[in-house]
Design a protein around this ligand. Structure first.
Ligand SMILES: Cc1ncc(COP(=O)(O)O)c(C=O)c1O
Length: 329
């Protein structure tokens, strides 16, 4: 006797009900989702889906970037879009829309979401049509925009500082490190490894002992001589936040908090001996690191330069007219 079947074929209305039931298992704050494949914006998180055979899903052939919404304005979108286009080129992805149209879709989706504080993440996928290694014949690239609450970090990261470890996972080769590909496996594993050890994040160090970056953040140091040092961007992601802060940091020279700003190789040994260490990125902004591989950084407490950089960034995110786009709600 054949065994009774336990699986059933689900019809379209059943799929919808089950997608909604899946969503009710977790609280998510996703407010609006644009899909070029569907040609519009979706506000029900249960329906924020893409086809399973999209090359981005099953081969990681896609890219993404993120920008922030602050007090009803989008901060530094153009810098993030420029990087998005560079990632697309490095990944040999075609664009379904021109840069200006993508920019317009991002702004309109933000407006539909109604969110005055939050994150905008957008993706480019190579499209659907097969499970091959190369994109399917006739595959149309997909563009997606998600307006959501963004990543959150504990307040203690800022008040007490973060504790990090050198990851045991190899740093990504430069081409992949500089491309914001949806294939973030090394970054995911690095963060999981650190959390399992009760730490806050990992740090990639290259074969020559040079500091790379953290899971989704850049790393910077203040030497005991007062030099703000940031690793060169040749082998890591060009963080939009770091690049902006490196410009703004000249104000700290005037205030005598630092002597100079330098973008150069930084060895892990030098980093561990620094007066201050910090992680920098659009989501974390600027968070002090007080311990690396069990060794205290500086006096083991958050330092004044990390705090001053955070204040410069917060001000910039609210007042830098040339970097803010008013959302037309
Ligand atoms: C690997 C990696 N490094 C650095 C950063 C920081 O970049 P940004 O300041 O543009 O957020 C990110 C985040 O996007 C990242 O994913």
């Amino acid at each position: 006797m054949p065994e009774a079947k336990t699986l059933s074929v689900i019809q379209a209305d059943g799929v919808l009900r089950r997608l909604q039931a899946l969503r009710s298992q977790q609280e998510v704050k996703y407010w609006a989702f644009y899909s070029s494949q569907l040609g519009g914006v979706i506000t029900d998180p249960a329906l924020m889906v893409i086809p399973f055979d999209d090359h981005m899903v099953h081969r990681g052939h896609g890219i993404f970037d993120t920008a922030a919404i602050v007090e009803g304005k989008i901060y530094d979108l153009d810098a993030h879009l420029d990087r998005f286009l560079r990632s697309a080129e490095a990944s040999r992805l075609k664009l379904p829309l021109g840069r200006e149209e993508m920019r317009r879709v991002i702004i309109e989706t933000a407006a539909i979401s109604g969110a005055r504080e939050g994150s905008i993440r957008y993706w480019l996928s190579s499209g659907l049509g097969s499970f091959e290694l190369s994109p399917a014949k006739g595959a149309e690239p997909g563009f997606f925009v998600m307006i959501f609450a963004g990543l959150t970090y504990p307040e203690s990261f800022y008040t007490e500082g973060m504790r990090v470890m050198t990851t045991s996972y190899p740093i990504k080769p430069p081409l992949y490190a500089k491309t914001k590909s949806t294939n973030y496996l090394p970054n995911v594993l690095m963060q999981m490894e650190a959390k399992e050890k009760g730490l806050d994040n990992g740090i990639f160090v290259d074969a020559d002992g040079h500091v790379g970056e953290a899971s989704n953040m850049n790393v910077a140091f203040v030497t005991r001589e007062g030099v703000l040092k940031h690793p060169r961007f040749d082998n890591i992601l060009s963080g939009c936040t770091s690049l902006r802060l490196l410009e703004l940091a000249s104000a700290l020279v005037g205030r005598k908090l630092i002597k100079e700003v330098r973008v150069c190789d930084v060895t892990a040994e030098e980093g561990r001996g620094a007066a201050e260490m910090m992680l920098i990125g659009s989501s974390i902004q600027v968070a002090p690191v007080v311990e690396w591989d069990g060794q205290k950084i500086g006096d083991g407490r958050p330092g004044p330069v990390a705090k001053a950089l955070m204040e410069l960034l917060e001000k910039d995110m609210r007042t830098a007219k040339d970097r803010l786009i008013e959302v037309p709600y």
